[in-house]
Design a protein around this ligand. Structure first.
Ligand code: FE
Length: 180
């Protein structure tokens, strides 16, 4: 295993076996569930890896949302991943994943807000609440929007306590491929 991948795995081992805010499961399990769902749906490799890595920002700073994690975890994750050499295709899908929630709520796509978990509803306001027209337009211009929405939907579906995901080992070859 390369040193960078090792470093990443160590981070999960050190920080990941802690509760995923308000969801009664660990952060690592949540991300593994997310990646497993994307894998089973035969998504592109960058979507699978974005799912696997999307919440590592919660490992990189202290909770600043009253027990619901790190507000800027998308940005922190994307900076960290960029620095360790993760492909831009991947960290760009993670950077705005809380904004994607705000986008989907504001557009009211498939009654999105009502389907969010209680914890995710709580953080919604802290993360900025509904989007302005300007913000919506800027999201609409993002060529990665469709892929970002996919990651977000898998994220929302990955909070099921008794569903066993693939283990981290399964994804190591992919990590090796996209971290240079
Ligand atoms: Fe998540």
């Amino acid at each position: 295993m390369s040193n960078k991948v090792k470093e990443l795995i160590e981070l999960y081992k050190k920080k990941g076996d802690t509760e995923y805010y308000g969801e009664k499961m660990t952060k690592t399990k949540h991300m593994l569930q997310c990646a497993t769902l994307a894998f089973k749906n035969e998504e592109k490799e960058e979507i699978i890896l974005a799912c696997l890595l999307h919440d590592i920002g919660h490992f990189l700073a202290d909770d600043d949302m009253d027990g619901y994690g790190v507000k800027d975890h998308g940005k922190l994750a994307s900076e960290y991943l960029k620095n360790i050499g993760v492909s831009k295709k991947i960290y760009k899908l993670i950077e705005k994943h809380t904004d994607v929630k705000r986008y989907l709520v504001t557009k009211n796509i498939n009654d999105y807000y009502n389907k969010l978990s209680e914890a995710s509803k709580k953080t919604f306001e802290i993360q900025g609440g509904r989007m302005s027209n300007e913000e919506l337009k800027s999201m609409d211009r993002d060529i990665k929007l469709a892929d970002m929405i996919k990651v977000r939907i898998y994220d929302d579906k990955s909070k099921i306590r008794n569903r066993e995901p693939y283990q981290m080992e399964k994804f190591i070859p992919l990590l090796e491929k996209y971290i240079k």
